[in-house]
Design a protein around this ligand. Structure first.
Ligand code: HEC
Ligand code: HEC
Length: 355
């Protein structure tokens, strides 16, 4: 009898409490917490989801796609005769087996380490600014600069590269066929390399399967992570669109003396700003950041959570105060963005016959 009475009292206290909480919630203006809470993901419409799918690659008018150019570019990408150094090709640093990067914190030049981390080339076709500092504005330009950079190749000139490649008759023939006129030129070499590099596109990821309607393709945790990415964690501010980059420059507070985009623009606001990298296949390309200073995605999430490393140093972040569960959700989401690495067949290279 007594026990029933206590239970009844408990139940009514519970009811009163519940009603009070409900009323307080109902009376609070809904905007009070709207800033940090995104609508649940299930409410994203099919067309909102489709906006995150990668569109087909578009090719510039000055350098339209052709299968011949892509194939020729692939050969040159793997051919050490391009660099004049038997142990150095584009793939030395942008290796398909290492997420089209080199797995090292900073790139290894001919004689010495270079100051920056080798970026992955995956989905570079969707980007509009090149290099960490944005010193190239087209892929053709970026590829040309890489070929002439003494740290990357052997201090080559455009002429020495052309002479070596034009000495190989199969290449002379392939260039004539690709451009419908005779001649191996530095611009054409850059054009075919750029055409090949544009073909390095991420494969569909579990995230894409979910976007296309397979609700079980990613975990509930990853779905919450995507909501955090777009909401409370503000990642979308810079990692926007299907390739997860705004092709713009930001200071995220990495401890580094590198001036970044400031060196190109000369504007004070660009000090220590770097190009936002895309995030598809991100699990395949550690370490991270322009100086390779973050080894894992967990390090990255902790970094953003504390508002960057240069506290008070004018970076664009602020601390996020994520709970452990929220960090796990964000990680699950980032992992869902990786599919099978884009592979390529290592091409057979033409033999150079001595005259
Ligand atoms: C010694 C290693 C090395 C070699 C060899 C090399 N690269 Fe790079 N590549 C880098 C590094 C490091 C960067 C970033 C440099 C920077 O931002 O200042 C880069 C940047 C790039 C970019 C711009 C990527 C972006 O995110 O903006 C492209 C495209 C590129 N390389 C293509 C090539 C091609 C094609 C070749 C062969 C002709 C090549 N690279 C050879 C290390 C290398
Ligand atoms: C203010 C713009 C901005 C915001 C907000 C931002 N990022 Fe970044 N992100 C960048 C830039 C710029 C870099 C490169 C910084 C560098 O190398 O110094 C970067 C680098 C990264 C990298 C490493 C990529 C690579 O290939 O090295 C990851 C992963 C990443 N961000 C994830 C996130 C996540 C997750 C969030 C949200 C918690 C986020 N970012 C918020 C701009 C931003």
């Amino acid at each position: 009898m007594l026990r029933i009475a206590i239970a009844t009292v408990n139940a009514s206290i519970f009811t009163i409490l519940f009603t009070a909480v409900f009323l307080i919630n109902a009376l609070l203006p809904s905007s009070a917490c709207a800033a940090d809470s995104e609508p649940p993901l299930q409410q994203l419409s099919a067309s909102e989801k489709a906006a995150w799918l990668l569109p087909p690659v578009s090719y510039p008018e000055q350098n339209p796609f052709s299968a011949q150019k892509q194939e020729l570019g692939r050969k040159l990408f793997f051919d050490p005769r391009l660099s004049g150094n038997p142990s150095r090709t584009c793939a030395t640093c942008h290796h398909p087996g290492l997420g089209w990067a080199d797995g090292m914190a900073r790139a290894m030049g001919n004689q010495q380490g270079l100051g920056r981390h080798t970026p992955s080339l995956i989905n570079i076709a969707y980007v509009h600014a090149f290099f960490w500092d944005g010193r190239a504005s087209s892929l053709e330009d970026a590829v040309s600069q890489d070929m002439l950079s003494p740290g990357m190749f052997s201090g080559e000139t455009a002429r020495s590269i052309v002479v070596r490649i034009a000495a190989i008759s199969a290449y002379r023939k392939a260039f004539s066929e690709s451009f419908a006129s005779e001649g191996v030129t530095f611009e054409r070499i850059a054009a075919v390399l750029a055409t090949f590099v544009r073909s390095i596109v991420s494969n569909p990821s579990p995230f894409d399967a979910w976007l296309e309607g397979d609700s079980g393709a990613i975990t509930e945790s990853a779905k919450r992570g995507f909501a955090l990415f777009r909401g409370k964690a503000h990642c979308i501010q810079c990692h926007s669109g299907p390739a997860f980059t705004d092709s713009s420059f930001h200071n995220t507070g990495i401890n580094s003396v590198d001036p970044g985009h400031y060196e190109i623009s000369g504007k004070d606001k660009d000090r220590n700003t770097f190009k936002t990298p895309g995030l598809r296949d991100i699990a395949l390309t550690p370490p991270y950041m322009h100086n390779g200073s973050k080894k894992t995605l967990v390090d990255i999430i902790d970094f953003y959570d504390r508002g960057g490393d240069t506290l008070g140093g004018g970076n664009e972040l602020r601390p996020l105060h994520l709970s452990l569960e929220e960090k796990q959700d964000l990680l699950a989401f980032l992992l869902s963005l990786s599919g099978d690495a884009p592979e390529t067949a290592i091409p057979a290279l033409p033999l150079a016959l001595l005259p």
